[in-house]
Design a protein around this ligand. Structure first.
Ligand SMILES: [Zn+2]
Length: 206
């Protein structure tokens, strides 16, 4: 009897050990699987919510009947290069080829949020719309319109700059790099989600 008791104890300890091991190898992975499924469900919900938001923004922007940003030009014939790769990132803008010095106009009324000179964009303008929901971004300018200043209120169609090749634009291909950003709640000119202007100007093509 004395010799059997430890072996019964050993059996109990063994059984407990097996239960613990089972808990680790069976139940915990199950819990992880469940949580990863929950995550992927919430991810897909997020993306459908995102695309719903994008559709609403596109509708909103189309209702505003934005001017085309180049005086004397129309959107017909422009190429949709929004999703094209540019080095290690997406273009997330459209390029409108035009002669150097073509006047660039405010697509909507609003406020000049920032006159910014950057390595890639060159001479650029961030313009907020009247509701501070979006920023319109104009890049590779040759120059700003005379006397244009930050915080200026601009009218729809007002000349704000001129087409050029500043930043990393090829010197022989003057063009306007234009995009729209949906601002975050912070309303920072440097933060936002890019929206394809092509889908605003030429919705029937998509
Ligand atoms: Zn571009």
């Amino acid at each position: 009897m004395r010799k059997k008791l430890p072996s019964i104890e050993a059996l109990i300890v063994g059984a407990i050990s097996i239960c613990v091991l089972l808990a680790f190898f069976v139940f915990i992975p199950t819990a992880q699987e469940t949580s990863s499924i929950a995550k992927s469900v919430s991810d897909s919900k997020d993306s459908s919510e995102l695309s719903e938001e994008l559709e609403e923004d596109l509708e909103d922007l189309r209702d505003r009947e934005l001017l085309f940003p180049l005086q004397g030009f129309t959107p017909e014939g422009i190429r949709d290069s929004f999703l094209e790769a540019r080095g290690d990132h997406l273009h997330e803008a459209i390029d409108i080829i035009a002669p150097r010095h073509t006047p660039v106009v405010a697509v909507e009324a609003g406020k000049i949020a920032r006159l910014w000179i950057s390595q890639y964009g060159g001479i650029t303008i961030y313009q907020f719309d009247p509701t501070t929901t979006y920023a319109y971004y104009y890049a590779h300018l040759e120059s700003y319109a005379h006397n244009l200043k930050e915080q200026d209120r601009v009218k729809k169609g007002q000349v704000i700059g001129y087409v050029g090749t500043s930043g990393n634009a090829p010197k022989e291909t003057p063009h306007l790099h234009f995009t729209i950003y949906k601002l975050t709640d912070e309303k920072h000119w440097w933060e936002g989600t890019p929206i394809n202007p092509y889908q605003v100007y030429l919705p029937s093509v998509n």
